[in-house]
Write a protein that binds this ligand. Structure first.
Ligand code: SAM
Length: 449
């Protein structure tokens, strides 16, 4: 097998199958795994080792332009193509919008892909005609369709409205930034060495990087984890700089009992063990498969050398099932719409429904109320969501404080009122305590009075 890139026709086929699943409600990552499995099951030769990565790249880049692609398809074909044909056209249009090889070669490969599959074979001529027409009309169509907000912001109308409601002054900037490829940011495990020392090591290995938060290093060009210096030995972990802030702000002190209430895949559990000595951490996760990933992370980072950590598979909203006694710190990284991490998961706006926001806010409220009695007096509960929607952030904490007379909001860096809204950002200098390159988060800390 050649060591170069896999045939584009194969990558387009896998990406197209994933696209179909995505448009039927599957997450893009799950859709890609299933599409690749199906491809492998039908293949007569071993699957190219880089096919998964190539298909992922194509599917992600198409999803980052989903609204534009579907609006273009609408204009370019007089009748709606069958779903397998529409999916192949969609992912190919994604490639034509930012071509990395001559457009005629992309069209040829797409026609090849159509011919290789029973369900699209009869439409190979149609695929060819639509794509050639697309190349001719692409610049004008793109300019025209960008006038539609759903295309300009690549999100459904209700999503744009929610974002505008949450951030009237910044919503356009946030939505535009969220169409970009996410930065790869690492957390340096300061038990192994300083950020400065790690930056020097990267520099010596010819890897361009900069510090973007207290322990956060941004690799200017993404690398597979296997190629990241020190990753396998737990010297660094992949973690967004905004996400890193949560465990830092919890200010765990040596020897404390800590509950990490929604813990998988364990990024923050491992981080807590890097920040103080002899902690006793209960890491609770409701999903058993995801709980296994906590164990993997703890092993890689050797977190148990410094802390006693129990990984518990349980519903955090039912503490009677897992808690023995009270905690001095609780970290609630609650399930949410994930509206702050769309750069990493461009499928999110297309998978969520407007009603999900209220449902998730109810779940967050249930978790907060269930966990509050587990906190010792003078203890602190940190609430964090990777969402920028108001119902999951400021409104959630205002309602919590109104329900619990013994809860006091602590002031945070950049948020004197205790409601830290971290909007996705890319660039600038990191200032005391706050990172400069990060996703969108909401963080609040309640102290028990
Ligand atoms: C935002 S993720 C947590 C990320 C994690 N804290 C980290 O830093 O790696 C939320 C997690 O909460 C879990 N979860 C959702 N509902 C839960 C519940 N009722 N009890 C415990 N875990 C829950 C989800 O399965 C998911 O793994």
């Amino acid at each position: 097998m050649n060591g170069g890139a896999p045939p584009l026709a194969d990558a387009l086929r896998v990406a197209a199958a994933a696209w179909r699943r995505l448009r039927s409600g599957d997450s893009l990552d799950r859709a890609l795994v299933r599409a690749l499995d199906e491809f492998a099951a039908g293949a007569t030769a071993p699957v190219h080792p880089r096919l998964a990565a190539a298909a992922k790249d194509i599917a992600y880049s198409a999803t980052r332009q989903l609204a534009l692609i579907e609006a273009m398809l609408d204009r370019l074909s007089h009748r709606a193509p069958d779903p397998p044909v529409a999916a192949l056209l969609a992912v190919t249009l994604g490639q034509l919008l930012a071509p990395r090889q001559p457009t005629y070669a992309i069209v040829d490969q797409s026609v090849q892909a159509a011919k290789l599959q029973a369900e699209t074979r009869a439409a190979a001529g149609f695929v060819n005609a639509v794509l050639r027409n697309a190349i001719r009309r692409l610049p004008a169509l793109r300019t025209e369709l960008q006038q539609q907000p759903t295309v300009a912001f690549n999100a459904p109308r209700w999503w744009i409205d929610r974002m505008r409601e949450a951030e009237p002054a910044h919503f356009a900037q946030v939505l535009q930034l969220q169409q970009q490829v996410p930065p790869l940011v690492l957390r340096v495990n300061r038990r192994h060495g300083s950020v400065e020392a790690y930056l020097r090591r990267l520099h010596d290995e010819g890897i361009e990087a900069s510090q973007v938060g207290p322990a956060a290093v941004w690799l200017h060009t993404p690398l597979p984890v296997a190629d990241i210096p020190g990753f396998a030995g737990g010297e660094v972990s992949v973690q967004d700089a905004g996400a890193q802030l949560a465990a830092e702000l919890l200010q765990a002190q040596d020897g404390m009992r800590i509950l990490d209430a929604c813990a998988a895949p364990g990024g923050k559990t491992a981080q807590l063990a890097e920040l103080a000595d002899n902690l006793a951490i209960d890491a609770v996760e409701v999903d058993p498969a995801r709980a296994e990933r906590i164990e993997e992370n703890l092993r890689r980072t050797q977190a148990r050398s410094h802390a006693v950590i129990r990984v518990l598979v349980a519903d955090a909203a039912q503490p009677e099932r897992f808690a023995h006694g009270r905690y001095q710190r609780i970290l609630l990284d609650a399930p949410c719409t994930a509206s702050g991490i769309v750069r990493r998961h461009p499928d999110i706006p297309w998978l969520r429904r407007s009603a999900d926001v209220a449902q998730l806010a109810t779940l967050q409220r249930r978790l907060l109320d269930a966990l509050w009695p587990l906190l010792e007096p003078a203890g602190r509960l940190l609430y964090v969501v990777c969402s920028v929607f108001a119902d999951e952030g400021p409104r959630q904490v205002d309602a919590f404080v109104a329900r619990h007379a013994d809860a006091r909001l602590l002031a945070l860096p950049g948020a004197e009122d205790g409601r830290l809204r971290l909007l996705p950002a890319h660039g600038g200098a990191w200032t005391a305590g706050l990172p400069s390159v990060h996703d969108g988060f909401f963080i609040a800390i309640f102290e028990k009075t």
